[in-house]
Design a protein around this ligand. Structure first.
Ligand SMILES: *Cc1c(COP(=O)(O)O)cnc(C)c1O
Length: 363
């Protein structure tokens, strides 16, 4: 018997119980092979079948068009902040220009890293208002001939989520960091040039990074781009130019199959809307708690909040822990609290948190 807890970690984060149970039951002997997935050659028929099924299921879940490659890489979201410029800016006269919209900590880190490879234009920023929303697109100062536009569609620390897809010059690809909300809502992949996501938020274990890239963008790498991080090389080798993170891919594949059984991304989106509605309603009920993000850009996945009386923070966290509500402490850069309510957080978990919020506020 394990203790019933609800884990609100921002990442690595909660995984579906069914997936962990299946992985446990297959740990020593995968499908009668006599081997653990961890012990298999990535080039053997067993792992190749695991890989191909994961790829196909993800393609189906996100309706990824045929002219996009799905790459299973390493290096995390932060790795992609260098890998993407190295793969995309070779298209243009050097130094190329990359446009960014700065909406919080993660787009901020992307900006910093990209400066090593290109000229960076911050087309818009919500920093002055404390990262509480996305600047309206009409205010963006985009560069003519930019190599691409980079946005972070869900800012995990600030709790800010895009509620629109930018409409820009179709010749300029949009690169989207979807690390913390991929598979949580329907998206139109064809609107983007590159989508990337570290797996440890909404997909699976840390160590796997997902990249979805339009195939005409595979030709623009800088000569300095390492082969193992060159999108074209990785694509040509079905993500097996070097050894991929095999066990993480296997778990991600179990998550994809699980999501399909639940009805896919549309079904997840419906539940996620309901979970977020419940939680924000409890935070908004009076001024005991506060979420500072403007309502239209409030993230459905990451909900940062503050206690009006911050001297109660430790008491709040201790009481939460005693009820099995774990990892609610906010990111150290912003303080306060944060509840991450990814796909694998059940409605009952959010309800348990809401009950505690009400009780602690004395309602
Ligand atoms: C977690 C996160 C990252 C960083 O991922 P690493 O795997 O730690 O490099 C990047 N972007 C966003 C939006 C994230 O939430």
């Amino acid at each position: 018997m394990t203790t019933q807890v609800y884990n609100f970690s921002a990442g690595p984060a909660v995984l579906p119980k069914e997936v962990l149970q299946q992985a446990a039951s297959e740990m020593l002997d995968w499908h009668g092979s006599g081997m653990s997935v961890m012990e298999m050659s990535h080039r053997g028929p067993e792992f190749i079948s695991i890989y191909r099924q994961a790829e196909a299921d993800l393609r189906e879940l996100l309706a990824v068009p045929a002219n996009y490659k799905i790459l299973f890489m390493q290096g995390g979201g932060l790795g992609q902040n260098a890998i993407i410029p190295m793969n995309l800016v070779g298209c243009c006269a050097q130094p190329a220009t990359i446009d960014f919209v700065h909406t919080g900590s993660w787009s901020g880190k992307s900006i910093k890293e990209a400066k090593r490879y290109a000229h960076v234009n911050v087309a818009a920023s919500s920093e002055a208002s404390g990262f509480t929303g996305v600047p309206p697109q009409a205010s963006w100062n985009l560069s003519p001939g930019a190599a691409y536009l980079h946005i972070c569609t869900n800012e995990t620390i600030d709790g800010v989520e895009y509620n629109f897809v930018p409409e820009i010059d179709p010749k300029v690809p949009i690169v989207a960091d979807m690390s913390s909300h991929i598979l949580s809502r329907r998206i139109d992949v064809s609107k983007y040039g590159v989508i990337f996501a570290g797996a440890q938020k909404n997909i699976g274990p840390a160590g796997l990074t997902l990249v979805i890239v339009r195939d005409d963008l595979l030709e623009d790498a800088l000569p300095i781009c390492p082969s193992a991080f060159n999108f074209k090389t990785v694509a040509e080798h079905e993500s097996m130019f070097n050894t991929p993170p095999t066990y993480a891919i296997y778990i991600a594949g179990l998550v994809f199959a699980h999501l399909k059984r639940l009805g896919g991304v549309a079904a997840m989106e419906k539940i996620n809307i309901e979970k977020a509605r419940l939680l924000y309603a409890a935070l908004d009920a009076d001024d005991f708690y506060q979420n500072r993000v403007s309502h239209e850009f409030r993230s459905r996945m990451n909900v940062p909040f503050y206690l009006r009386d911050e001297s109660l923070n430790e008491k709040f966290l201790a009481g939460a822990k005693a009820r099995g509500l774990l990892q609610l402490k906010g990111h150290k850069s912003v303080g306060g609290m944060r509840a991450s309510i990814y796909n694998a957080m059940p409605l009952e978990g959010v309800q348990a948190l809401v009950d505690y919020l009400n009780e602690f506020a004395g309602r």
